[in-house]
Design a protein around this ligand. Structure first.
Ligand code: PXP
Length: 238
């Protein structure tokens, strides 16, 4: 069965809306793990709009499963990761004006800088994952720059409104899974997945871990974190 990494960024979004102490993403991570999540993911953005440095520092001490730090490929973030030593770093593109991560990392364009930084992170014992579109060139280059994993961006699939379009996007994801598998890359997936649209992606097989944030936090705000996580874990059984 695929694993579930719960992205708790939007617990911090609610806290930042008031500039107070609650809700604390550290508490959310504890509840998500107690409900069976196999990983906790946070995106420390350059503008610190939700997750703060303090959150990552505390999560490093409290997460019992696996801490996955999503971050942009900048000197500041690489230095931060080398200090905190999360279990996994997922490199993502970052735009200040975007509402959420738009598109995958352009691994081809960034290959030289990526290679250097992937090496640095791996030397520190961190597993490195690259968030990429289901595109064969990007996947081949991810392997060449030394990534351990790719995280397939499922956003395009999630945005499609007709069955035919969804099938086409699923086919792209399927081809990406098979290409990554042949190269020996680990395969995660995420972005835009929810309780309604995840089943066909799970059915493809081959994805080790799903990273899911918004839909779980949205449901948690109504029914509680533990129930929201358990209900997503049910969907991963396929
Ligand atoms: N994976 C990556 C690399 C992301 O940047 C995000 C959004 O922060 C997610 C997964 C989770 O996306 P969502 O919040 O839509 O589930």
């Amino acid at each position: 069965m695929a694993k579930l990494g719960v992205n708790i960024d939007h617990i911090a979004t609610i806290r930042q809306a008031r500039g107070v102490k609650e809700p604390d993403p550290v508490a959310a991570a504890v509840l998500a793990e107690l409900a069976g999540a196999q990983g906790i993911t946070v995106h420390l953005r350059e503008d610190r709009r939700h997750i703060q440095d303090r959150d990552v520092e505390l999560l490093r001490q409290t997460v019992q499963t696996r801490l996955n730090l999503e971050m942009a490929l900048t000197e500041e973030m690489v230095a931060f990761a080398l200090k905190i030593l999360p279990d996994v770093v997922t490199l993502v593109p970052e735009g200040r004006h975007e509402l959420t991560t738009e598109g995958g990392l352009d691994v081809n364009r960034l290959r030289t800088t990526l290679k250097q930084n992937v090496d640095l992170l791996k030397q520190a014992g961190i597993v490195v994952s690259l968030f990429v579109e289901p595109n064969l060139e990007q996947i081949k280059t991810s392997h060449k720059v030394g990534a351990d994993y790719i995280e397939i961006h499922t956003g395009s699939y999630c945005e499609m409104r007709t069955d035919a379009d969804r099938r086409e996007q699923l086919r792209r994801i399927e081809l990406a899974i098979s290409a990554a598998r042949k190269l020996g890359l680990g395969i995660n997936a995420g972005h835009g997945l929810n309780y309604q649209n995840i089943a066909p992606v799970v059915a493809l097989g081959g994805i080790e871990e799903f990273n899911i944030g918004h839909s779980i936090v949205a449901r948690a705000s109504l029914v509680g974190m533990e129930r929201a996580v358990r209900e997503m874990l049910e969907r991963l059984k396929g």
